[in-house]
Structure formats: structure tokens, C-alpha cells
Design a protein around this ligand. Structure first.
Ligand code: GDP
Ligand code: MN
Length: 381
């Protein structure tokens, strides 16, 4: 789950990282009032789940409250990387001497949290990695000990020659690790970490991504979710306890079990089709889940055919069949459906489906091929 800059800044502040104050506005008038309260030059910053806001025109300096109002009204109407800007953060502008980068990510290869720091900040770290990789220092953290003071100092000196600044950076990096750990983050980033002409080290941007699997035990982080920034179908799916990821193809897939869902997607591709989604209705028997799943799939205008692929173990195939009947009664389908089911209560399921005008297949290859044919109008077969 992504959170906004202003939310990540609150978390970073709570562990002691020096960050200028800031307040969020959803109208230009509010932005003007906040700017007046702070006095002096402020920065107006789009709050969207995307980097590169600066380049897109979503981060602007305003010298007066009136200018803050004017800029906020422009930024609040923008879309950045297709995301609507509904809020801006208004914060007193800092004077910048240098811009550095500091981040922590979970690295799959080393199975550890890895620090990445660079004195070349302000721009995308991917750009630095591509053009001047020697300007990045990487440091994996041993989860048993956390970041050690000598490690933090090494990174501090990689960023700054000045001892005071290196010490300040070392402290900030240690605090960043604390925030990262305590929030169950998969990424925590400060870009830019700046020095001011007076020599202070300050974080001007904050980004954090939290692992979805951590949210169950971190209600305070889950509460930061912004549903207006998510695909509506993914919000629906989460509420119905379905694992759903939207993709770009036209074969809507409803499957039980993540492994079978992956295998189904592979087979759709093998027969020349493109899956419209990954959807796992899970292992439980629950006709309601099928109703939700069908509603989510059918609301995608790209879907040209629907493929059910159910292997009945704990899942009872008759429950799935009842779900299909109920869902299609509520919302008649506008695209063809192919149903393959096998396993627990298969005979009952087939009977329910046939009585309601559906046909059920048992062979997976046959079902996938048929769904691909229907979705592509026979072209991919
Ligand atoms: P991003 O583009 O989405 O990463 O947004 P940032 O918050 O990193 O802002 C982009 C750039 O705006 C920064 O790299 C800075 O150069 C500039 N910027 C942000 N805050 C300030 C500030 O307080 N003062 C000044 N002078 N520039 C700022
Ligand atoms: Mn940034």
C-alpha cells in the first residue's frame, strides 16, 4: 500500500527526523490560509501516489499567500501519471545548498533491508544508478542487530565531508530504519535530503510503501489508506476478501487458489489470449464471493469472455455453481462464460448449472482454449 508524502512525513517526524512543518489543503482557499499562517515563501506540493511530481509541475514555490492560492488551484486540477490531485501539502520553503538521496528497500536477492544513499539526490535514483553507479552506496542491514552506529557513520561520510553533517545524516538514517521497521514498510525514502546554507540536514520529501501483509496487525497504518487513489475494482475486491490484480487483457479469469490462478493465466497466454486479471476467490466455500468476483470482472469493459476455473477441494463446486446462478440472475451477463470445474460435489454442481442453462467442462485445456476463442472472436485459436 502506498501512502502520501504528508502521511509519511508524519511517521518520519514521529521518530525524530527533521522535517519542516506542513499542512494539507483540498481547496485553493485553504492553501492560501496555510501559506499566510506560515508566512514567507512556501512550497505547494501535489499529494499523489507517484514520484516525479516536481517534473510534472506538481511542486511549486509560492512567494505570497495569493500566489499559493493561484498555484494550488492549478495543481488541484491536475492529473499526475493519470492520478487526480485532490490534496496539496503546503510547507515553508527551505533554502537548499545540496540535495542527497537516502532510502531503504527490501532486497529480495539478499533477503534483507538494504540502505541506498547517494550525494546525487533530487533526481530519480534509477537515473543515478544508470549514469553514475559509483555515486550510490548500498548497505544491507542484519535484521538481528539493526543498523549499527559505525555503519550509519560510514553512510553519513559517504554523503557529507563535514563531520557535523555526517553525524546528522547518520542519526537520520538510523531513525529512517526505525520508521521502516516499525511500519512494516517495503520502502522508505527521503529524496531530497538537503543541506541548508546554514549547514542543517533536513528531509524535504518522504515516501513510504507498506507491505499489504503487514496491515492486519497495524491498524494505524491501514487507516492511512486513500481509496480515492486506488483502482475502484481493487477496492471492491479487497472489501470482498478476494485477491485481485487488474491486467490489460480480455479474458476475465475467476479461479480458486493462487497456484491454479497462475497456471490458468499461463494457459490463457499459451493459447494466444491475454488475461484481464488475476483473481483468486480463495479456498473457502462461499457463493457470495463468486457474486462479488463476477461483478468486479464484468465491470471491466475490456473483458470479452469469462473463464471460471475451479478445482474443488475445500471449495465445494456446488457453492460456486450456486454463486454463478445467483450472480447472473442479478446481473445478466453481456459476455460469454466458460465454466470448468472438477472435484468436491462436481455432479451436483454440473446439475445446478445445466438446470440453469449453463454448460460445465471438466478439462482445463479445453476450457481455456474455448474462452480464448470467444474473447478473440476465433482469431487466436
Ligand atoms: P518529487 O518530484 O515528487 O520527488 O517531489 P519533491 O518533494 O522531491 O520535490 C521536487 C523538487 O522540488 C526537489 O528536488 C527540490 O529541488 C524542490 N523542492 C522541494 N521542496 C523545496 C523547498 O522547500 N525549497 C526549495 N527551494 N525547493 C524545494
Ligand atoms: Mn522527491
Amino acid at each position: 500500500m502506498n501512502i502520501h508524502e504528508y502521511q509519511a512525513k508524519e511517521i518520519f517526524r514521529s521518530v525524530g527526523i527533521p522535517i519542516p512543518p506542513g499542512e494539507v489543503a483540498s481547496t485553493a482557499e485553504e492553501a492560501e490560509q496555510i501559506a499566510r499562517k506560515f508566512g514567507g515563501t512556501v512550497v505547494v506540493k501535489a499529494q499523489v501516489h507517484s514520484g516525479g511530481r516536481g517534473k510534472a509541475g506538481g511542486v511549486k514555490l509560492a512567494k505570497t499567500p495569493a500566489e499559493a492560492r493561484e498555484i494550488a488551484s492549478k495543481i488541484l486540477g491536475m492529473r499526475i501519471k493519470d492520478l487526480p490531485v485532490l490534496k496539496v501539502l503546503v510547507t515553508p520553503a527551505a533554502d537548499i545548498a545540496t540535495e542527497a538521496y537516502a532510502g531503504i528497500i527490501v532486497d529480495r536477492a539478499s533477503k534483507r533491508a538494504v540502505f541506498m544513499v547517494s550525494p546525487a539526490g533530487g533526481i530519480d535514483i534509477e537515473e543515478v544508478a544508470a549514469s553514475t553507479p559509483d555515486k550510490i552506496m548500498k548497505l544491507p542491514v542484519d535484521p538481528r542487530y539493526g543498523v549499527q552506529p559505525f555503519e550509519a557513520m560510514r553512510m553519513g561520510f559517504f554523503l557529507y565531508d563535514d563531520v557535523k553533517q555526517a553525524r546528522a545524516a547518520a542519526k537520520i538514517l538510523t531513525q529512517l530504519y526505525q520508521a521502516f521497521q516499525e511500519s512494516g514498510a517495503s520502502l522508505a525514502e527521503i529524496n531530497p535530503l538537503v543541506t541548508t546554507p546554514a549547514g542543517e540536514v533536513v528531509a524535504l520529501d518522504a515516501k513510504m510503501v507498506v507491505d499489504d501483509n503487514e496491515l492486519g496487525r497495524r491498524a494505524e497504518i491501514d487507516a492511512l489508506r486513500d481509496e480515492s487513489a486506488e483502482a475502484p475494482s481493487e477496492v471492491d475486491a479487497r472489501k470482498a476478501n478476494l485477491t485481485f490484480i487488474k491486467l490489460d487483457g480480455n479474458v476475465g479469469c475467476i479461479v480458486n487458489g493462487a497456484g491454479l490462478a497462475m497456471a490458468t493465466m499461463d494457459l490463457v497466454k499459451y493459447y494466444g489470449g491475454e488475461p484481464a486479471n488475476f483473481l483468486d476467490i480463495g479456498g473457502s466455500s462461499n457463493p457470495e464471493k463468486v457474486v462479488h468476483a463476477l461483478r468486479i470482472i464484468t465491470s471491466d469493459p475490456n473483458v470479452k469472455a469469462i473463464l471460471f476455473n475451479i478445482f474443488g477441494g475445500i471449495t465445494r463446486t456446488d457453492d460456486v455453481a450456486n454463486g454463478i446462478v445467483t450472480a447472473t440472475r442479478q446481473n445478466p451477463l453481456r459476455v460469454p462464460i466458460v465454466i470448468r470445474l472438477t472435484g468436491t460435489n462436481e455432479e451436483i454442481a454440473v446439475k445446478i448449472l445445466e438446470e440453469n442453462g449453463f454448460t460445465a467442462l471438466t478439462d482445463m485445456d479445453e476450457a481455456v482454449q474455448k474462452a480464448v476463442q470467444l474473447a478473440t472472436g476465433g482469431k487466436a485459436a
